[in-house]
Design a protein around this ligand. Structure first.
Ligand code: SF4
Ligand code: SF4
Length: 489
């Protein structure tokens, strides 16, 4: 297949060798599971259970609410110990509502939905409904509810499902292992998704530094002419949705548009596996593979962990730390977020837990910009990071927005290359948060203004109606008096 070059990009030290040869192992069931209501983009789920209640494995314990949401399920059987607030795996460390389950050790399944025996004769709605009630969200890290993306075939003209197996973030190897060890499940999930989307073509893109994954997936895809497995160059951030679409199709996603607007829907390989489980076996999303890596951890691993196990459970399984980590990261080192501590739970979008030493993070104090322009040369989105940062420093978000900060995919490449060690991507994440907050505020004010105007109109209409009724009454009374006077004359 002809590949198209992507702009910019970098070649960090990938350090995949730390965990890539570690086969997936299952985490022994922890003493407690912590299942947050918000593990996805959208509205948090709504609790369906109460303290003291017993639950079975796979039972829905919180249902999705609103148009964009996802339900949560019990990862094993046990008793609801509490519905409480605990810190989320987010840099803010803010508490969020979480269901705490005390496993009973029986791992007893709830009654599951019937498998869809032949998904290729089922309609798209049936597949999407199954994916939605199974709580499946994008497992590459975005955690967007997958059923909504699978429904795009009804709204857009699509031609390709692109399965993202690039895994371009350094250290992470969970997708590599899923493709090597569960290729048949991934391929089956991809075929089901393509059927739901109504697309004739599936491309599975894998970075060339995963030859065994390419081989396993190629073998599993062999019987299906619609599927093509493609090795793509090792170039960070090749795994960013927009860049992968460009590398495979040559099409560029316009600003403020989705890849679906140019005919391509992208899903992660682990998401495809979850779809296979939900459709073929009726099983909701109860676990995920997490890479535990970094030089500070005693033993690196790729661990299939139940959703709700704590980071500390996985670290303990890996033998703890050899040195105190200088940094704990949720995800990869480029786009991941700092972990606020070890007590936070594994959630559906958590692909990695990195315990990095000071030498690995190589933190250096920032100094003044030397106007070298390197950040401009490597930005894969064609932005001018140095200029955007200068305006953000002055809190001028309007100009930063005009310069395209909202198109920044937060890949961190500019920060990585900057010889002055300026944390550019932090500026952009901050600005995007501020611009989104301002936009929300503006929408709220617009809504309030519309409501206030409607209220004023209603009050004026009521007053007008009252005046008209009074006038009519008065006219009636005058007419009656005139009739009486006429009669008595
Ligand atoms: S973080 Fe944003 S500005 Fe920096 S290189 Fe990546 S896309 Fe460009
Ligand atoms: S890479 Fe750093 S020093 Fe060079 S222009 Fe960009 S911000 Fe300035």
């Amino acid at each position: 297949m002809k590949l198209f070059p992507i702009r910019g990009g970098i070649h960090p030290d990938y350090r995949k060798e730390l965990a890539s040869e570690k086969a997936i192992v299952s985490l022994p069931m922890p003493a407690l599971l912590y299942i947050p209501l918000q593990q996805h983009i959208g509205a948090p789920a709504e609790v369906l259970v109460s303290e003291g209640q017993t639950v079975k494995k796979g039972q829905m314990i919180a249902r999705g609410t609103g148009a964009v949401s996802a339900p949560q399920h019990a990862s094993t059987s046990g008793r609801i110990k509490a519905v409480t607030q605990i810190p989320a795996p987010h840099p803010s460390g803010l508490a969020q509502t979480t269901i705490v389950i005390e496993p009973d050790g029986k791992d007893e399944w709830a009654e599951l939905p019937e498998p869809i025996a032949d998904p290729f004769t089922a309609d798209a709605h049936t597949i999407n409904e199954r994916v939605a009630i199974s709580g499946i969200v994008g497992m590459g890290g975005a955690a967007f509810p997958s059923a909504i993306k699978l429904n795009l075939g009804t709204q857009k003209k699509l031609d390709t499902l692109l399965l993202n197996g690039a895994e371009c973030e350094p250290y992470l190897t969970c997708d590599d292992r899923v493709m090597r060890e569960h290729a048949d499940e991934v391929i089956d999930g991809a075929r089901i998704m393509a059927h739901a989307l109504g697309v004739p073509r599936v491309v599975i893109a894998i970075e060339d530094n995963k030859p065994q994954a390419i081989e396993a997936m190629t073998l599993a895809a062999k019987p299906f002419a619609q599927i093509e497995v493609v090795g793509v160059p090792v170039q960070y951030p090749m795994g960013s949705e927009r860049h992968l679409v460009q590398a495979i199709t040559g099409r560029e996603t316009p600003a403020k548009k989705l890849t679906a607007d140019i005919g391509v829907v992208v899903h992660n390989v682990a998401t495809a596996r979850a779809v296979h489980h939900a459709v073929r076996h009726g099983r909701p999303l109860l676990s995920r593979v997490v890479t535990v890596s970094g030089a500070a951890v005693r033993e690196t691993n790729n661990i299939e962990a139940p959703i709700g196990a704590r980071v500390s459970d996985l670290i303990a399984y890996c033998g703890g730390f050899v040195v105190e980590p200088a940094s704990l990261v949720n995800g990869g080192p480029m786009m991941g977020q700092p972990l606020p501590g070890l007590d936070v739970p594994v959630i559906k979008g958590m692909s990695g837990i990195l315990a990095l030493t000071a030498a690995e993070i190589n933190a250096q104090p920032a100094s003044a910009c030397i106007r070298c322009g390197t950040c401009v040369t490597i930005c894969p989105c064609g932005l001018v990071p140095v200029e955007m940062a200068a305006f953000i420093r002055k809190d001028n978000f309007e100009v930063a927005a005009r310069l395209g900060v909202m198109d920044c995919v937060s890949c961190g490449s500019c920060s990585w290359v900057c010889p002055s060690h300026i944390p550019l991507v932090h500026y952009f994440n901050y600005a995007k948060g501020m611009i989104n907050a301002q936009e929300r505020e503006r929408r709220k004010n617009d809504q309030t203004r519309v409501l206030a105007e409607a209220h004023t109109q209603r009050v004026e209409a009521a007053a007008e109606a009252k005046r008209a009724a009074l006038a009519a009454k008065k006219a009636q009374a005058t007419a009656a008096t005139a009739t009486e006077e006429k009669a008595s004359a």
